[in-house]
Ligand binder design. Sequence first.
Ligand code: NAD
Length: 267
Amino acid sequence: MVMDKKISELLKLDNKVAIVTGGAQGIGFGIAQRLAEAGAHVVVSDLNKEVCEDAVSKIKEMGYKASSYILDVSNEDQVKSLIEHTSNEYGSLDILVNNAGIYPRIALANMTFDDFKKVLGVNLNSVFLTVKYSSEVMKKQGGGKIINISSIDALHPSMVGLAHYDASKHGVWGFTKNAALELSQYGITVNAVAPGGINTPGTHTDTPSEVSKEQLEAATKAFMNKIPMHRFGEPDDIGKVVLFLASDMASYMTGSQIVVDGGALLN
Ligand code: NAD
């Protein structure tokens, strides 16, 4: 059995450049911190300027490399500019993490076509756009790692009111597999991570007006009761798995989806 590198070497991302979309808070910030700790320069890309700049300051205070880029991931021109800016400014684009996503709970009966298109735009169209443009850069470099944050809802619905979200996340998983098939000849791997319930600012926000604070709390409690590990995950639970996929530890993986849910899908 030949071992190519020591574990500490395998996990190193020195001289790598990573983009994390939706990296200002929650799961994205957890991912950005782990990639930066491993040595990558992380371009934290987000819609929210204030929170994004604060996240970058925190990463820099830890002694790691990061910069902010403000965009809407569902906008093609803005995604193109993000990819161009990153490869021109930092010399390469080695890791792309598609994490930005929204999950407003709306019953199907009240869901407008605009509601549906908005969720598909942010959660799925963005994955097409970032993968399309970043893979061109990665092909020229001779490889890269793409990690899409899907959800356990890509496999099984977690609660009512997320029909648009579940459509988008099933789409992310399907897209991940086909992109992996096409891009592996260029040394580009494409994998997905499917989180279960994770403690983030987004899960504590009752975005749609039709869901009251009490209803949200009841749904959260019911979900918690289904988790065999009896706790919600933390952003770092996802950050560690994304680091694994972004590193040489995952050298023979593409087109896979890792479920990180404390066992929730078992129930
Ligand atoms: P969050 O709401 O806490 O953070 C999301 C971040 O994305 C925010 O900083 C927000 O400003 C940014 N964002 C939203 N729309 C954007 C856009 N159009 N362009 C750029 N940035 C945008 O969310 P979270 O809970 O950390 O979720 C992150 C990802 O993980 C999402 O894709 C979500 O579907 C997925 N996920 C979350 C959970 C969970 O329980 N938290 C479970 C499964 C999957």
